[in-house]
Ligand binder design. Structure first.
Ligand code: G6P
Length: 611
């Protein structure tokens, strides 16, 4: 949440900042701003999107070779021009952009008010700008020292970039809890919340760690800790193609990402799952394999869609590896004083690898002595770096705020991991193991077949785009799919939707069913097929509209349901990956028809780096 970008070098900063902000807009998009050092320092900020900012400054002087930009997801203070970043300190000595939350901001603000500092916004960031200025004006310190002193007084999370009025040849960047990447160009540096604004300029990057401070000058980078200890920068090469962060002819990133799934699922299993040798090898967890195999319990922690993938993981691990699994919302887990044992293994699932609650859950589990492994998409992310071992999903950048390809890759990774562990533990029959491997490698081509029915899904969407409520039902592996289907719909179309275990319908939601209520039932062939058929009957008996996801060739449900969305036949443990695809497309088309902002739904952000 909130995107940060900065540039220092010989080029004009403005176009780099604007383009960078557009790439980061998935992180927040309620207001945007820039500060550029040219002949003089100019700051522009406005409520709205980056394109609004671009229009706003069209007749302004935006020239200069040093600058920074911000796109906001509001935490403290509603989206308006005053609360937009950058924030300038009372006496104009410092300009700050920030991603995160300064938790003790109100105490700091009171003390700064007493010292005569004034505030134009309701943000925690302005407190930071004034606090830095306070230390600076106390005298005898450089801008960098003032930043360090101020940061030692704050609690909470931050990624920030600071411009100093008196030392206008540098950018000062610092991180704790929120991500920040430095890009190293030719006599120039970039800084950003992630690598997407940087990748077209350079592939050499440094990921800042918590409590790092980077001082960027045109020809010099110095890296220190907040306590002024010098650090040797660890330069890494990023493997990110520009095409992967552009829409590539699709109307929206979300649609592109849905259609990428045959490829992204393949990327998750590539080199790991072999149909020829009937083996599964996740190199990233080999060093801790004995601990995973001997774990008495697995605890999966995640948020949002990743939590839904974790629920599928629970069914997979219990079914095949015969190990008890608990799936926890990271935000509940971390605050609940959970009982953890040394032989617990915690699996943290995260697309971004930056979700604040998931990161905090990881740290809590590690402090309790548990092994934590990660399943992450973003290479080099905080979660990937803080976990002992892990699996990258390799789904590529996911930019649409509603997660699609990340989910199917997470479930694919969990499927192959559960089978690998089951094989090690000898809890799966060889024939089933081999059969599931063969089926897993066929999943990408089966996804392709589902995508070919896109027009049909669009036609069904057109019929129900004005519905006010949706219910999603599923059993077993398809229960998490029901939750995910409902989440996709509410996220992007703003239609109220609930996911429920189908059998629980009788304990409440059945009261909602009437002839206006579409009920999406995930009813592909599995061991509880007959039961779900009964549930469909129960909905139809109350005149509900049934949209059923069924296995290709199903004739029974076809006769009862109002519409069927077919997925190719597969083992039920793998069908979750397939069953979610029609639901993604249904939500997508409904949201398009309702004229919603698909890639940037209201109030949401892709990467939730605040708690
Ligand atoms: C936000 C995003 C969701 C995502 C969740 C967890 O809510 O909008 O799409 O599932 O965060 O994010 P993570 O990066 O940890 O998977």
């Amino acid at each position: 949440m909130c995107g940060i970008v900065g540039y220092i070098g010989d080029k004009q900063a403005f176009p780099i900042l604007i383009k960078g902000l557009k790439r980061l807009e998935y992180r927040g998009y309620d207001s945007a701003g820039i500060a550029i050092i040219g002949e003089e320092t100019n700051t522009f900020k406005i409520k709205g999107k980056v394109s609004d900012l671009e229009n706003f400054v069209v007749n302004e002087d935006t020239s200069g070779n040093i600058g920074m930009g911000h796109t906001r997801w509001a935490t403290h203070g509603e989206p308006n021009n005053d609360n937009a970043h950058p924030h300038t300190s009372t006496h104009g000595k410092f300009i700050v952009i920030h991603n995160g939350i300064i938790e003790n901001y109100s105490t700091l603000k009171e003390s700064l008010l007493e010292k005569g500092y004034s505030f134009k916004s309701e943000t925690d960031t302005e407190v930071l700008a004034n606090l830095i200025e306070y230390f600076y004006l106390k005298g005898g310190v450089t801008a960098e020292e003032a930043v360090r002193f101020a940061l030692q007084k704050v609690s909470g999370a931050y990624a920030l970039v600071v411009l100093s009025h008196d030392e206008d040849d540098k950018l000062i960047a610092a991180r704790k809890g929120s991500p920040l990447v430095i890009g190293i160009g030719d006599h120039e540096y970039y800084v950003a919340s992630d690598a997407t604004p940087i990748v077209e300029h350079t592939k050499s990057v440094i990921y800042l760690n918590d409590f790092d401070i980077a001082i960027l000058k045109k020809n010099e980078l110095s890296l220190k800790t907040i306590k002024n200890i010098k650090i040797t920068p660890k330069i890494q090469k990023i493997d990110l193609e520009i095409s992967s962060i552009e829409k590539g002819g699709f109307d929206h990133f979300m649609l592109k990402e849905i259609f990428e799934q045959p490829e992204t699922v393949l990327n998750t299993i590539r080199g790991r799952v072999s149909a020829e040798t009937k083996t599964i090898q996740h190199g990233g967890i080999l060093s801790v394999l004995p601990q995973i195999v001997n774990a008495k319990r697995l605890i999966i922690i995640a948020c949002g869609t990743s939590w839904h993938a974790g629920l599928v993981g629970e069914y997979l691990f219990e079914e095949f590896a015969r190990v008890p699994v608990e799936v926890e919302y990271a935000s509940e887990f971390r605050y609940r004083n959970p009982v953890l044992y040394k032989d617990d293994v915690v699996i943290a699932i995260s697309q971004s690898g930056e979700t604040a609650d998931t990161l905090a859950g990881i740290r809590l589990a590690q402090d309790a002595g548990a092994l934590v492994i990660g399943i992450c998409n973003v290479v080099g992310s905080s979660i990937a770096r803080e976990t002992t071992a892990g699996i990258y999903t390799y789904a590529g950048p996911e930019i649409g705020v509603a997660s699609t390809k990340a989910f199917t890759s997470q479930v694919t990774a969990l499927t192959s991991l559960s089978l690998m562990i089951a094989k090690e533990k000898n809890t799966i029959e060889q024939s089933l193991y081999e059969n599931l491997i063969s089926e897993l490698v066929e999943i990408p081509s089966k996804i392709e077949l589902i995508l070919q029915q896109n027009e049909k899904f669009r036609a069904i969407a057109a019929m129900y785009k004005d519905a006010e409520n949706f219910l999603y039902l599923g059993r077993g592996f398809f229960f998490p799919v029901a939750l995910e289907g409902a989440l996709k719909l509410k996220e992007i179309s703003y239609i109220h939707a609930e996911g429920y275990p189908a059998a629980e319908m009788k304990h409440g939601p059945i009261a909602l069913i009437d002839k206006k209520m579409p009920v999406v039932v995930i009813a592909a062939k599995d061991k509880s097929y007959d039961k779900i058929v009964s549930n469909i009957q129960e909905v139809k008996a109350r005149k509900g509209i049934v949209i059923a996801v069924v296995t290709q060739g199903d004739t029974v449900i076809r006769k009862m349901a109002d519409h069927v969305l077919e997925i190719p036949k597969s083992h039920e443990a793998l069908a979750a990956i397939l069953a979610v695809i029609p639901l993604q497309l249904l939500s997508y088309h409904i949201a398009v028809m309702r004229d919603c902002n698909i890639d940037q739904p209201r109030n949401l952000a892709k990467s939730v780096t605040v708690e």
